[in-house]
Write a protein that binds this ligand. Structure first.
Ligand code: ATP
Ligand code: MG
Length: 553
């Protein structure tokens, strides 16, 4: 984390300040608790920046803990990608990676403790009956028929569950709290259910798995977490969090605090929906550059610093919010404008032949890599008789507003000479294929001597020295700001979220760039080599346009 990234205060920092001042804890200990059932998205980045950021600022600790109690939905690949993403964002967890499954033995014993205290029981209602007995927000629930089974019998039944002597779905362990509570989560929540599935950490040791509400608070306590930060949908669950810890023999008392989730316009954020996009092949995998995943954003050319800056700018509150995509884009634009080199690429080329330039000559022009920052140095850009320019940068005749190449008018080639268009050739469809020009050899780094300073500057690439490339023009994945509000969010996918420019040509220096490292293609936007790019088959991704071109109407 760069030193100039100072964090504004927020309600959670105020709570921590107070707790530390009152000596409630000697220091802070937070955790980031992802479920390894998908790739991390930018919403998780908010939680990561908050939890790890607090640990940095207060010289406390932050654990990375996999909340791995749903083995059928989890995968070891996700365990790996999540670690990679947290590190890439610039954070380090304290000690070893933690897993809730590390505590399965202890969790089992705490469940036995609850049974022995008469506070948990084995319930035989099926799923439908359980729902019926639970009641509604307006009506209280009814007690399960086995709620008052003796402690001895419950202990024996729970042991049978653990030993695999019961069927999946036949019974479960529930907390004995209050079936009339106005908080649904307090109506005897399920603590353990039977699942005969292999677990990526504990293999086949267990066939009963603890539920989130039981596991999370105990894991926090075992790890000595002081401030357990989660999103607002867990607000009601704080009651069960506290109830469990109040009723078992663990001394340590973590506290849960809730903040609002990040929602971002023009995308979806739930892992289930992101998973649908992947499995239904609307995108090319979790790290598709259109995905709001950390891996997708990285592949798109986003930097960790820009994502951290975004998390700073959005802040941490309890208010529901929907953040404009423009805000995220502004963060990466600000970063890349200052920190990325410039280069030239032509996405939709037409040929320019400079008739008074020697055939076969390759001139090595030294061009600045950054207009404001000399520390970026210079690079060699080869200039030749035949060059390529953008098709839209030439017109037979133009008006005053069109400051590019026009017949009998001059334009400057970025970093090179002033050229004048003389005539052009079209194909049978009327598309311009070649423009014939002359150049003024005395205009390298200076204006023409006759005082005719050209109005415009255009970018170009040598036709013989440039490298062919495919350029992926990415745009927003959805056509509406809140796709999650649609009946079927896959109906509002943006059909033009990816346009492949297959005949692009880039200057030779771009062939050696690392994947994900963004540069500014002069006048076009910011682009980076895709993960799949090789020197013989260059592929670039558009990270973001130069300016906000989206219509906000
Ligand atoms: P999703 O709804 O996307 O599946 P989740 O909450 O189930 O997300 P977890 O892996 O359980 O995903 O999340 C790990 C942590 O990240 C949790 O503390 C969760 O509150 C937080 N988190 C998840 N989504 C967001 C978000 N959009 N904004 C802020 N924090 C989030
Ligand atoms: Mg979750």
């Amino acid at each position: 984390m760069a030193e100039n990234e100072t964090r504004p205060t927020n309600f959670i920092r105020n709570i921590i300040d107070k707790d530390l001042a009152e000596g409630k804890h000697p220091s802070t200990h937070t955790r980031f608790p992802p479920e390894p059932n998908g790739y991390l998205h930018i919403g998780h980045a908010k939680s990561i920046c908050l939890n790890f950021g607090l640990a940095q600022d207060y010289q406390g600790k932050c654990n990375l803990r996999f909340d791995d109690t749903n083995p059928e939905k989890e995968d070891i690949d996700y365990v790996h990608s999540i670690q990679e993403d947290v590190k890439w964002l610039g954070f380090e967890w304290d000690g070893e990676v933690c897993y809730s499954s590390n505590y399965f033995d202890q969790l089992y014993l705490y469940a036995v403790e609850l049974i022995k205290a008469g506070k948990a029981y084995v319930c035989f209602l099926n799923a439908e009956q359980t729902r019926e007995y639970r009641g509604t927000l307006k009506e209280p629930g009814k007690n399960s028929p086995t709620r008052d089974t003796s402690i001895e019998e419950n202990l024996a039944l729970f042991e049978k569950m653990k030993n695999g002597e019961m069927q999946e779905g036949e019974c479960c362990l529930r907390a004995k709290v209050d079936m009339t509570s106005s908080f649904m989560c307090m109506r005897d929540p399920i603590l353990y259910r039977i699942r005969f599935v292999h677990h990526h950490q504990t293999a086949d040791k267990w066939c009963i798995y603890p539920m989130y509400d039981f596991t999370h608070c105990i894991s926090d306590a075992i790890e000595g977490i002081t401030h357990s930060l989660c999103t607002l949908e867990f607000q009601d669950n704080r009651r069960i969090y506290d109830w469990i810890l109040d009723n078992i023999s663990l001394e340590v008392r973590p506290h849960q605090y809730e903040f609002s989730r990040l929602n971002l316009e023009y995308t979806v954020m739930s892992k289930r929906k992101l998973n649908d996009l992947v499995t239904q092949k609307h995108v090319n995998g979790w790290d598709d550059p259109r995905m709001p995943t950390i891996a997708g954003l990285r592949r798109r050319g986003y930097t960790a610093a820009a994502l951290r800056e975004f998390c700073l700018r959005i802040g941490v509150t309890k208010m529901e919010n929907m953040i404009e995509m423009g805000m995220l884009e502004a963060c990466i634009r600000d970063d890349l404008n200052a920190n990325s080199a410039r280069a030239m690429a032509v996405l939709d080329p037409i040929k320019v032949i400079i008739e008074n330039y020697p055939e076969g000559q390759v001139e090595e022009l030294m061009v600045s890599n950054h207009p404001q920052d000399e520390s970026f140095g210079k690079r060699m850009v080869p200039f030749t008789r035949e060059i390529l320019i953008e098709a839209e940068d030439f017109r037979e005749s133009g008006n005053k507003k069109y400051k590019r190449l026009v017949i009998d008018k001059s334009v400057r080639l970025r970093g090179a000479y002033v050229i004048t268009a003389k005539r052009f050739k079209q194909d049978e469809k009327g598309n311009v294929t070649t423009v014939y020009c002359t150049y003024d050899p005395n205009t390298l780094g200076k204006n023409p001597e006759d005082g005719t300073k050209p109005k415009g500057v255009i970018h170009w690439v040598s036709a013989s020295e440039g490298k062919p490339a495919t350029v992926n023009m990415y745009d927003r994945l959805f056509t509406v700001p809140n796709p999650a509000a649609e009946d079927d969010f896959t109906q509002v996918l943006n059909a033009e979220s990816l346009i492949e420019m297959k005949s692009a040509v880039v200057e030779p220096s771009l062939a050696e760039l690392d994947a994900g490292k963004a540069v500014q293609f002069e006048r076009l936007g910011y682009f980076c080599p895709d993960l799949s790019s090789t020197p013989d088959d260059l592929v670039f991704n558009r990270t973001v346009t130069l300016r906000d071109t989206w219509d906000h109407a």
